[in-house]
Design a binder for this molecule. Structure first.
Ligand SMILES: [Zn+2]
Length: 180
């Protein structure tokens, strides 16, 4: 997220160098009240959903906002006042209406292009799939046929497959539209 004005006092922000613990550092700062745009990465929760009542198939979903037909993990932001585990359990329920039987950490992955840190969980879930409007469609894959993608959440899926004795296979990512 980019800021033009100080969210505390509405003064236009400037790139200013100040001394920090690690030495002098140029950042977007407020010249009037010393507010600093730290631009720290945002944590994002992600779920490899294994369907306990569908022979252990893995559910991937396509975001309605995506123009390409890419199926990926369920992801979402944490809410204030919840643990990461509670957050991903809530996201899975909201996005797919599946109920989690067990939630276990796969790992933490960087996604620098989006300035995010991905906290990925394996979620064993069951129930009838009802997608939220955010998601256009879903597909079920066996661990043998699912393909990973070379980006943050794709590595989480690959690591989980490896942990279960499968050899992850990767696809090429579709070309990204030019940044506007
Ligand atoms: Zn200010």
């Amino acid at each position: 997220m980019s800021f033009k004005f100080c969210p505390a006092c509405a003064t236009p922000l400037e790139m200013l160098t100040r001394d920090e613990d690690g030495g002098p550092k140029e950042r977007l700062r407020c010249p009037a009240c010393a507010w600093t745009h730290w631009n720290n990465p945002t944590p994002v929760l992600a779920a490899v959903i294994e369907c306990a009542d569908r022979d252990g198939q893995i559910l991937l979903a396509r975001n309605a906002a995506w123009t390409h037909r890419m199926f990926a993990l369920i992801t979402g932001f944490m809410e204030a006042g919840e643990t990461p585990k509670e957050g991903i359990t809530r996201e899975v329920a909201e996005e797919t209406s599946l109920q989690a039987d067990a939630v276990n950490l796969i790992g933490v992955y960087d996604f620098q292009r989006m300035n995010q840190v991905i906290i990925a969980y394996h979620v064993l879930a069951r129930g009838e799939v009802k997608l939220s409007p955010e998601l256009a469609e879903y597909k079920l894959y066996t661990p043998e046929t699912v393909r990973c993608w070379p980006a943050g959440t794709g590595y989480a899926l690959a690591d989980w497959l490896s942990s279960r004795g499968h050899r992850p296979q990767f696809i090429e990512l579709p070309p990204r539209p030019a940044a506007t």
